[in-house]
Write a protein that binds this ligand. Structure first.
Ligand code: ATP
Ligand code: MG
Length: 397
């Protein structure tokens, strides 16, 4: 069928034609934001899920929803090698500026900007353009202790107070949260703790890979009280069916029952793969019914495209020794594997490859659900590794 009309959108963060199976999560976020706006305590949210399950798309939707409800929402993405401070400063600055137009908030906004200026000074990041644009003196004695945790808390409180004076709430959305380091994540937790205690209208909604759960470190007990960690997983069969059937229906197109069954099997109901397979199936099919043979053709194409994009970009970020570790993990199959079994495949001691494993967790390639377990953060990555490094040569490389 006409590829121009193809409704499917495989791609990082691309809003899907049908956001299937996530209504209760969106409702949970809406309620939490509405509660903090009223000054009623609510837990901040951290969405946890593997690559391609739709975390970014959910954050974007939550942001739009919050804005429709009159809330100031900002979405930012953590990166490896970028500090949390550098990430938050421009975001919080624009929140404060957007609150400045509200008459009652002017005084608290000015104070917020002075506190932000103190914070910038205390973390000594070189943000000359921000200092220049802020055009205010620092608020002496606030957010300038040099203790990142205390200073971040003081900054969040100042922003929360400005939002309260403006009779609104702030939703800070952070994607790829696993790229924060333990100290930064700890400080973020304590800052959220502080705004909760003071019942300020400020909520954090974040998303990241399962390694987040191990990052809380010393702040773990706080994290458990302050946050909900909803899992974002593969879709249940009904939602996966809607994700495929709803987008094509307006074109008078449908999937045959066999084709649908097969689509749910080959995609394992992962949102990214549903989009990719849907996209290929539409293109190869003559329509108006997409049949099982179309799905078989689509499978070959979808895998080729994924191998060149979705899987490939992640593989390319690894060093040769990291690739060998991943290949050994893949040798053992899909599910979580024991460190001992992986090192056995490699013919080395667990301690020899422990630094490689740690680096791969930090890079977001693998995660450990339980001590000593290792699994891929990218669904179907095991099969990809076997395709891209076939045979046994890699063992001796
Ligand atoms: N609920 C859903 N129903 C149908 N398609 C979806 C759904 N959620 C996401 N998708 C599609 O899945 C793909 C991946 O979504 P997204 O980029 O949000 O995933 P992610 O979890 O952020 O992945 P990553 O960890 O790689 O950043 C996109 O093509 C998107 O359109
Ligand atoms: Mg994402």
């Amino acid at each position: 069928m006409d590829p121009i009309k193809n409704p499917f959108v495989p791609g990082a963060g691309s809003p899907p034609p049908e956001l299937a199976g996530r209504d209760s999560l969106l409702e949970q976020a809406r309620i939490a934001i509405a509660r903090v706006k009223r000054g009623t305590p609510a837990k901040s949210l951290i969405l946890v899920g593997l690559r391609g399950v739709g975390k970014t798309v959910l954050l974007v939707r939550i942001k739009e929803q919050a804005e429709r409800d009159g809330i100031k929402a900002l979405l930012t993405e953590a990166h490896e090698g970028k500090s949390l401070a550098a990430l938050l400063i421009p975001q919080l600055r624009s929140i404060l500026y957007s609150l400045d137009i509200i008459a009652n908030a002017k005084e608290k906004v000015s104070r917020g900007l002075r506190v932000l200026r103190s914070f910038i000074g205390s973390i000594k990041v070189t943000h000359n353009e921000i200092e220049y644009e802020l055009g205010v003196d620092p608020e002496v004695g606030v957010a300038d202790s040099g203790d990142f945790e205390a200073d971040l808390s003081a900054l969040f409180v100042a922003v929360g107070e400005a939002a309260k004076a403006a009779d609104t709430a702030v939703a800070l959305l952070i994607d790829e949260l696993q790229y924060l380091n333990e100290k930064e994540f700890g400080a973020l937790i304590m800052a959220v703790h502080k705004i909760n205690q003071e019942r300020l209208p400020f909520l954090l909604v974040a998303a990241g890979l399962p390694q987040i759960l191990g990052l809380a470190g010393n702040s773990k007990s706080y994290a458990e009280r302050l946050f909900d960690f909803p899992r974002v997983d593969a879709l249940p069969p009904e939602a996966a069916t809607s994700a495929l059937a709803e987008p094509v229906a307006p074109f008078g197109v449908s999937f045959s029952p066999d084709a649908l069954t097969r689509m749910l099997e080959v995609t394992e109901r992962y949102p990214y793969f549903l989009q990719q397979w849907g996209y290929e199936a539409w293109n190869v099919s003559a329509g108006p019914e997409i049949g099982a043979p179309d799905v078989e053709l689509a499978t070959g194409k979808a895998l080729r495209v994924l191998d060149e994009s979705f899987f490939r970009v992640r593989f390319d970020r690894c060093t040769p020794s990291e690739k060998r570790y991943l290949r050994a993990l893949a040798e053992l199959g899909q599910g979580p594997q024991k460190s001992g079994a992986i090192s056995e495949v490699l013919g080395v001691k667990v301690s020899t490859v422990a630094p490689i494993r740690a680096k791969l967790i930090q890079k977001g390639m693998i995660y450990s659900q339980q001590h000593g377990d290792t699994a891929f953060t990218v669904p179907m990555f095991d099969a990809y590794m076997r395709r891209v490094m076939p045979g046994n040569d890699w063992k001796s490389a």
